[in-house]
Design a protein around this ligand. Structure first.
Ligand code: GTP
Ligand code: MG
Length: 448
């Protein structure tokens, strides 16, 4: 078993309870040397007692629970002592246990040990940090699903298929003279293509994962003066963007985040799109066009009180293939455009000035964003996972192409397939290095 470590597991501030956690060999002996209970401590029971310092002076009273290896969070012997939540008490307790032979734990060291002792795989360990740092209800829901192993359940069979395939390819090398069953070329290609498809499906999720982490990007676009900035302010519920009756008021885009029922949405107000000789405005328009391309959802704003113009149609042609909501604004001035405009796209009538229809618009945004998010809830792909998936995909793609052309030696074929399997193994933590673990666990808090 490992050297004993100790840390405060709760935030340092005044609170009802503050918890000290110890893990490793001999922690029960160390703990009970300073935490005096009545009777012998048995696992998984709560013991009331007194913490004393090196001189025998009482420090505080509290409750001790002992978890015997392997039935504990880390898989090692673990002791948890709940004291009163005062930083001075907790600091003193830590000093006492360090004098008793414990080392102060590093950030995430308890969870790292849980991983190293096989209590959880790497994606689950990452999910522990995600649950603790989740800022929205959605992020929390995603993290808990990962904690329950949903990503691993998807990755592991893919990896196993590759390992199986590499074993067949290896047999091809070693026993090429002998008469043992191997896979036909078609079978090899079939199997590797299936894994390739699986990886691709996961990579599609990465986009959604990003949306959940960083928010869905929603660009508000249209020609000048239709009320984009007014609508932006109405959704933000704050007079953030400058609004005037002068065309070309917004020169550069502005971005603010709102939270629509737990889904972070990055609202982007853009400069009105038109042909212009003004140098500054021209750059603004270019940026608007860029925002159309880079956002997940586009709100196309029209001034509903005036007939459509050629500019409107031009912009519509730029956005019509995007995930689109059409907002017909200024309906307080009457409706003067045909609502069939925009074909299948959803049209919402609003008045940014009077606040009419804003709720409906929010519902529509939520519908679009929610659809994106619901898909992503099943499997969440983080940046680290995405990078490894891309590497696996690249190797496999090359392998499939060369194998199909019979332009690859059995040795290289086997190595390629193994390499792809290793990238997948790195996601779940079957393959790790100290560096990988260091990166992951350093973002944990102390005591977890
Ligand atoms: N009556 C009425 N006026 C509105 C409405 N929304 C915006 N306006 C007015 O329309 C004018 C232009 O509004 P903005 O929000 O600045 O328009 P914009 O699309 O951001 O314009 P640019 O930044 O120039 O592209 C302002 O005078 C607003 O008060 C509305 O719903 N009804
Ligand atoms: Mg504006």
């Amino acid at each position: 078993m490992k050297e004993p470590i100790v840390a405060v597991a709760t935030p340092l501030g005044e609170s009802a309870i503050g918890m000290i956690r110890l893990s490793g060999s001999g922690v029960l002996e160390i703990a009970t040397r300073f935490f005096k209970t009545k009777g012998k401590v048995k696992p998984r029971r709560a013991y009331y007692g007194t913490l004393i310092d090196e001189k025998g002076e009482p420090v505080d009273e509290g409750i001790l629970v002992y978890y015997r290896s392997p039935l504990s969070y880390t898989g090692e012997d673990v002791v948890e002592i709940s004291l009163h939540g005062n930083p001075l008490v907790l600091k003193k307790a830590i000093e006492i246990f360090i004098s008793g032979g414990c080392r102060l734990a590093e950030p995430g060291e308890f969870t790292k040990r849980a991983f190293l002792n096989g209590k959880m795989d790497l994606t689950q360990a990452e999910a522990v940090a995600d649950i603790i740092s989740a800022k929205t209800d959605l992020a929390r829901r995603v993290a808990v699903r990962q904690l329950r192993g949903e990503l691993s359940r998807y990755i592991k069979p893919l990896r196993e298929s590759l390992i199986e395939l590499s074993a067949y390819l290896e047999a091809d090398i070693e026993f090429s003279e002998e008469d043992i069953p191997t896979l036909t070329k078609e079978q090899v290609l079939d199997l590797s293509r299936r894994v390739f498809e699986g990886i691709n499906r996961l990579l599609e999720r990465a986009k959604v994962g990003k949306a959940i982490r960083e928010g869905i990007k929603l660009a508000i676009v249209g020609k000048p003066n239709v009320g984009k900035s007014s609508l932006f302010n109405a959704l933000l519920k704050e007079d953030r963007a400058i609004v005037t009756d002068i065309e070309g008021t917004t020169r550069d885009y502005i971005e603010e985040q709102i939270n629509l029922r737990g889904i972070p949405v990055n609202l982007i107000d853009t400069a009105g799109i038109r042909r212009t000789a003004d140098k500054v405005e021209k750059i603004g328009v270019e940026r608007s066009l860029e925002k159309i391309r880079s956002s997940d959802v586009v709100v196309f704003v029209l001034d509903g009180s005036k007939p459509l113009t050629g500019e409107d149609t031009e912009i519509y042609n730029l956005v019509k293939d995007r995930d689109l909501i059409i907002a017909v604004n200024k309906i307080d001035l009457g409706l003067n455009i045909p609502l069939e405009f925009g074909g299948e796209h959803s049209i919402i009538k609003v008045s940014a000035l009077k606040g009419h229809g804003i709720r409906d618009l929010e519902e529509e945004i939520l519908k679009k964003a929610g659809a994106l998010v619901d898909e992503g809830l099943n499997i969440y792909v983080s940046v680290r996972h995405e990078e490894l998936l891309k590497k696996a995909k690249a190797v496999l793609e090359k392998f499939i192409e060369m194998y199909a052309r019979e332009d690859i030696s059995p040795e290289i074929a086997m190595l390629d397939v193994r390499e792809a399997a290793d990238y997948l193994g790195e996601i779940v933590g079957e393959i790790t290095t100290e560096e990988i673990l260091g990166n992951i666990f350093s973002r944990f808090c102390i005591g977890k």
